[in-house]
Design a protein around this ligand. Structure first.
Ligand code: FES
Length: 204
């Protein structure tokens, strides 16, 4: 597809400080100002600014690992869940604020992700990595079990460092947390078994 971006990011390669980017308008302005002087990056950055879909090869994401790509200036996480991770999603629903993703379904969850896994394929989760409270980027807490700042029956998921919102491995927010919604599932579709298109979900 000619108007999409091909992403070559490594697995979770960018430990970028998305918090700083999302919370720092000045930083964004600074980057935008610098880009025109870096001619080789200019087309890519222009396409990003225009919201072009992003093409992602997911073949290199190992089970239990996450890749981060950028779409419309936001981090999008692609997590390849293990069978154990998928099984955990059926066990934590009593503790979730919106287990069926009924809140703002059109905005937060496309129709094809309105299921327990919040995904097209059970093993591949695609979510925007920005907390629905005030826009911080939650940290990976994929290991189940007791650990600092998390409950003893933690099933694995994400912890937002700003005000403590927690999300399970489908990006569903736990009850009684400041975040009002589940993490957003962006529009996406499979171009092949191993190629995802983020930002578009209709075949031409
Ligand atoms: S921004 Fe995530 S809990 Fe406040």
């Amino acid at each position: 597809m000619s108007d999409s971006l091909v992403v070559h990011d490594g697995v979770d390669e960018s430990k970028r400080t998305w918090v700083a980017i999302t919370c720092g308008a000045g930083a964004i302005a600074g980057v935008a100002t610098a880009i025109p002087f870096v001619s080789t990056f200019a087309p890519s950055e222009r396409a990003k600014a225009a919201g072009a879909p992003v093409e992602v090869d997911i073949a290199d994401i190992k089970v239990g690992e996450k890749k981060t790509v950028e779409w419309r200036g936001q981090p999008v996480w692609i997590l390849r869940r293990s069978p154990e991770m998928i099984a955990s999603l059926a066990k934590d629903e009593d503790e979730l604020a919106d287990p069926q993703s009924k809140r703002n379904p059109g905005e937060q969850t496309p129709e094809y992700a309105l299921n327990r896994n919040r995904s097209i394929k059970p093993e591949v989760l695609v979510v925007v990595g920005i907390c629905t409270h005030l826009g911080c980027s939650p940290g990976d807490k994929f290991t189940a079990g007791a650990q600092p700042s998390l409950p003893a029956d933690w099933p694995g998921g994400w912890l937002c460092p700003c005000h403590g919102s927690t999300f399970d491995l489908a990006g569903r927010v736990f009850k009684n947390k400041p975040a009002p919604d589940n993490l957003r599932v962006p529009p996406h579709m499979y171009m092949s078994e191993t190629k995802l298109l983020i930002g578009e979900d209709k075949k031409a």
